[in-house]
Design a protein around this ligand. Structure first.
Ligand code: HPA
Length: 271
């Protein structure tokens, strides 16, 4: 695709780095980007065709840097379908990173907790997803240069990487649960009836992102690690209303743990 190539060429000329590790930071979880060594940040609006995220709590820059000497590219802020971005725009950054050489992608997200074992602030490894967004970033003419028409999704979230993440969490004494992520379009939060339905079909977490990026990454042959932060319990679980402020506040609350975990896990992900 011409747009992907133009963005790749721009970053090649401007930064010229080829990390094998990529990270996408979700709502309120941007702190990690400022902790990188050898930082070079590029604002999304400078990169040709790169979509501009609008959600509060999202920065809008691509940061190249390193963690323990390991090069990494970090998307601080992502585009969402609920902003009116097309599915192709939502996965644009992931595709450009893959073209630059990223082979392992860590997707972080703010999520609502459906599983009653979770609580606000829990960190959860995504074991699988249920895509209920009503769209798929691969819809349209098949571009064989990116990947196959019908990509396998039977291990969308790498079992190998999950194993490494569990190991690192236990070494650090960080509690790390595991669960299935239901992706909804948003932007309204769910109703209590929708949450009961999601629980019945096997979802532990609910969010408005991640699935498109995981699909596009698998399509291009990347390994994916999904890391969710339960920023609030889902609708109807607690006798209180949901609001985006709580999502951002929880991001702030887990900031130190998440940064510590990412710093330890990223250098260990490469085979
Ligand atoms: N629902 C959907 N997306 C979310 C939630 C939620 O409760 N919390 C954070 N992102």
């Amino acid at each position: 695709m011409k747009e992907i190539e133009e963005a790749r060429a721009f970053l090649e000329a401007r930064v010229g780095r080829h990390p094998r590790l990529g990270v996408v930071l979700g709502s309120g979880l941007g702190a990690f980007a400022s902790e990188l060594d050898d930082r070079v940040a590029v604002r999304y609006r400078e990169i040709p065709h790169w979509p501009q995220p609008g959600a509060v709590g999202h920065a809008a820059e691509l940061v190249f840097g390193s963690v323990e000497g390991r090069p990494v590219a970090v998307m601080s802020g992502r585009a969402h379908l609920y902003e009116g971005c097309s599915p192709a725009q939502v996965v644009f950054g992931v595709r450009v990173l893959a073209r630059l050489g990223v082979r392992i992608l860590v997707l972080t997200s703010a999520t609502g907790g459906i599983n009653l074992k979770f609580q606000r602030g829990s960190l959860v490894l995504i074991s699988d997803h249920i895509n209920l967004q009503g769209s798929n970033p691969l819809v349209g003419p098949s571009d064989e240069a990116l990947g196959p028409r019908f990509p396998d999704m039977s291990e969308a979230y790498s079992a190998r990487l999950r194993g490494v993440a569990r190991e690192v969490a236990s070494e650090l004494g960080i509690a790390l649960a595991e669960g299935v992520y239901a992706a909804l379009l948003g932007p309204s939060f769910e109703t209590p009836a929708e949450i009961r339905y999601l629980r019945a079909i096997g979802a532990d977490l609910v969010g408005m992102s991640t699935a498109p990026e995981a699909i596009a990454a698998n399509h291009m042959g990347l390994e994916v690690l999904g890391l969710a932060c339960v920023t609030n319990m889902a609708a109807g679980i607690l006798p209180q209303k949901l609001d985006h402020e709580e999502v951002l506040e929880t991001g702030e609350m887990v900031r130190e743990t998440l940064v510590r975990f990412l710093k330890a896990v990223l250098p260990r992900l490469e085979a």
